[in-house]
Design a protein around this ligand. Structure first.
Ligand SMILES: Cc1ncc(COP(=O)(O)O)c(C=O)c1O
Length: 299
């Protein structure tokens, strides 16, 4: 599914390094670390009419990522919330929006890899756009397995939500070439890790399974689905899962801020056939939709 141009976003204002500017002028320096080395961290957030969904959980992850990368002069929680509030107010955005929140290591005094060249502190970007969830959550998505493996901690820890996204972008290109919606990525041992931009779950015999989070982003939506499963008394197991287990699962679905909860209907040409009489995905999905307001924060 290719996202379409939305003319409502043509005149949005973006918060860049403390200033609100029209999108045409929303730029970072060529000396910025994000340009030089993808040296930045980010979060995707959704805005519902009740407020920003799981805002503090996203900010916790942003701070964790920035700490792991040893960023300096990181803006505090209240100043980030203020920048988000100002951006939404300027654009009259109250719901149906997505925010791409980026924190770069900032500008360097000269080009180079060394973080000691960063002497101006971090650069915060709040990009809010009118955007509905990107996947077809009724019809579902079809995926293929990529030959690109998802980073495990010995290469680059997937728990850092960084902007060095080439690992996932290469996988997505393979899905595009194959005419599918997303790429399924394996870990370094050949077990299923996640899709290129969302986490994966499967049901087999009414038990919910998801891969260990050693080589995938521990998604905030993934965490909520696990909490919902506990609440609904659905047995849940985190385990190493092979492609065969996914091919023969009763139900498979993906989770993430960009698409919420999305059924996966085909993997590598194998249709996901529900042999159980249960519609477990629907139970989890309807509970997820119900609890959204309780997890929203109005700024
Ligand atoms: C690689 C990857 N996996 C999973 C997710 C889903 O995470 P979340 O539920 O926190 O949006 C994302 C979101 O950015 C991602 O980039």
């Amino acid at each position: 599914m290719l996202q379409k141009h939305n003319p409502k976003n043509d005149d949005i204002y973006v918060h860049v390094a403390g200033k609100l500017v029209h999108r045409d002028n929303a730029k970072v320096s060529v000396f910025d670390s994000s340009v030089q080395g993808g040296d930045a961290v980010w979060e995707g957030l959704r805005v519902y009419k009740q407020g920003l969904f799981c805002l503090d959980r996203h900010l916790d992850r942003l701070f964790t990522s920035a700490k792991a990368l040893m960023f300096e002069n990181i803006p505090d929680r209240s100043s980030i919330k203020k920048a988000i509030a100002e951006t939404l107010a300027k654009n009259n955005m109250v719901e149906g929006c997505h925010i791409r929140l980026t924190l770069t290591r900032g500008e360097k005094i000269t080009s180079g890899m060394d973080p000691r060249l960063n002497q101006k502190g971090c650069c915060l970007i709040v990009l809010a756009e009118w955007k509905a969830p990107v996947y077809d959550n009724d019809g579902g998505i079809k995926v293929i397995t990529s030959s690109i493996r998802r980073n495990a901690p010995q290469f680059l820890d997937s728990k850092i939500h960084h902007n060095n996204l080439l690992n996932n972008i290469l996988a997505k290109i393979q899905a595009n070439v194959a005419g599918k919606d997303a790429a399924l990525m394996l870990d370094e041992q050949g077990f299923v890790s996640e899709l290129n931009g969302t986490n994966l779950f499967m049901f087999k015999n009414n038990i919910l399974y998801t891969p260990h989070a050693h080589a995938c982003l521990p998604g905030i939506t993934r965490g909520l689905v696990m909490e919902i499963a506990e609440e609904l008394k659905i047995p849940l197991r985190e385990k190493n899962l092979s492609l065969t287990e996914f091919y023969t699962a009763d139900e498979v679905f993906a989770t993430g801020t960009m698409g919420e909860l999305t059924p996966v209907v085909e993997i590598d040409g194998r249709k996901i056939e529900n042999r159980s009489s249960q519609r477990n995905f629907e139970k989890i999905h309807s509970t997820f939709l119900k609890i959204i307001p309780g997890f929203c924060e109005k700024l």
